[in-house]
Design a protein around this ligand. Sequence first.
Ligand SMILES: *[C@@H]1O[C@H](CO)[C@@H](O)[C@H](O)[C@H]1NC(C)=O
Ligand SMILES: *[C@@H]1O[C@H](CO)[C@@H](O)[C@H](O)[C@H]1NC(C)=O
Ligand SMILES: *[C@@H]1O[C@H](CO)[C@@H](O)[C@H](O)[C@H]1NC(C)=O
Length: 492
Amino acid sequence: MLRLNICFSPIFLLFVYCMKSSSSSAGAAIGVGISKNCPNDHSDLSYFESAPKPCFKNPTTMELIKSLNQTSSTRQQGSSSSSSESDCTVWTKECSEQLLWLAKQPESVKWIKSVRRKIHQNPELAFEEYETSRLIREELEKMEISYRFPLATTGIRAMIGTGGPPFVAIRADMDALPIQEAVEWEYKSKNAGKMHACGHDAHVAMLIGAAKILKAREKYLKGTVILIFQPAEEAGNGAKRMIGDGAIEDVEAIFGLHVSHLHRSGIIGSRPGPLLAGCGFFRATISGKEGQAGNPHHSVDPVLAASAIVISLQNIVSREANPLDCQVVSVTSFNAGEDLDSIPDTVILQGTFRAFSNTSFYQILARINQVITEQARVFRCSATVELFENEDRIYPPTVNEEQMHEHVKKVSIDLLGPQNFMLAEPVMGAEDFSFYNQVIPSAFFFIGIKNETLGSIHTGHSPHFMIDEDILPIGAATHAAIAERYLYDRKL
Ligand SMILES: *[C@@H]1O[C@H](CO)[C@@H](O)[C@H](O)[C@H]1NC(C)=O
Ligand SMILES: *[C@@H]1O[C@H](CO)[C@@H](O)[C@H](O)[C@H]1NC(C)=O
Ligand SMILES: *[C@@H]1O[C@H](CO)[C@@H](O)[C@H](O)[C@H]1NC(C)=O
């Protein structure tokens, strides 16, 4: 995720416009036409609306305790596939407990931490995740999980379940950052100038942990879980290239998580609607005519034009945007001539913009282009604007589909208890998970890593960033439960 900044204006979320249009374009390429009115049309999601079938065989609490007691004692004898284990034909608390139990086995916890530490020690940058990808594939092979490789250079699409529909995906990103680790600990990065400072090492470990749980429960899966290990989240185009290479072929919903230093260790946090901002960049070249500064009338001054442009760009947010809908336009770089006595030929302006709704995001993008070119003309200059759309340096907002969010919430509460789920504030950081979000219904959520005792209190992209490793099994179980239960609910 791009560096975080909190948007201190949660109220705007009460006015969620039509943020996600036509998600029914599932499977279509990115950039499909937007339908302007989207009255929460979830016709393609009606399976979530059908009420759960009545539990005609709802077990009593005592029966539950008894069978749980039974399964754990048979498991202790080394047989995890005992026939007394609930087959979760009817989803009960016990099914969640079985999942959590699998995640919390001491050997599993040791293994998941060791996977994370190996990756942490050997960080690789975007599209160079060769060893990380190899390690993942080796673990998948040990578990006899089939996969497709390579997608987007180093990416992997693994598969657990019946092999048939419905397909649900869970995703992790693999790339590290060009940062020198400042944390002194046993498993510090061995690659100078590179560090897992955004927790992607933990994301991979939790997804592999989920793979192990799901593999152990494969016979109960009512469809297929697709595990997506993607490269280059930080470069902004890993997800896009994975989609291009078929990562979400046949997949009807996708879930992803991110570690968060804003939440206490082990807390799951999310919200319906916009969670992370859309983020884009621009570079404008304003061209005039060079000349003697003492005789300005012989020149066309791009400095004056660019100055007016900086002011005008500020009006987009202050005058055109709904104040309850958080948006940002910032000019971060202004480069003109060096000579004290002449008016330069050109000025280069650069900057960034953010928004939480897809509509606002693309509106700002269009207006930046328009304001710069038109304002330049007022001063007899010309301007070209580069928005890096082709370099994939545009992340749309991450907007949680309401039903998908409800699913995450329900599963987390069931698994971890209501005290371990919270409604999260939206965050100004951006995620390329939003590219999946543009194609199929999805939800993104946080898992807290903040622990003052350990010192895991630093923001992502800080050289001091560290995580509380005790959350790894929790994240693995949450991933697995979200996927397994999605398939279960889908069949109701
Ligand atoms: C977001 O807006 C763009 C541009 O209008 C459009 O191509 C895209 O489909 C939209 N995405 C969603 C999820 O509505
Ligand atoms: C659970 O199992 C233990 C021993 O295996 C037994 O002593 C105990 O009574 C059982 N509890 C229940 C609720 O069945
Ligand atoms: C923080 O970490 C310490 C040491 O591992 C642990 O004892 C404590 O329970 C953790 N606190 C939270 C809130 O998870």
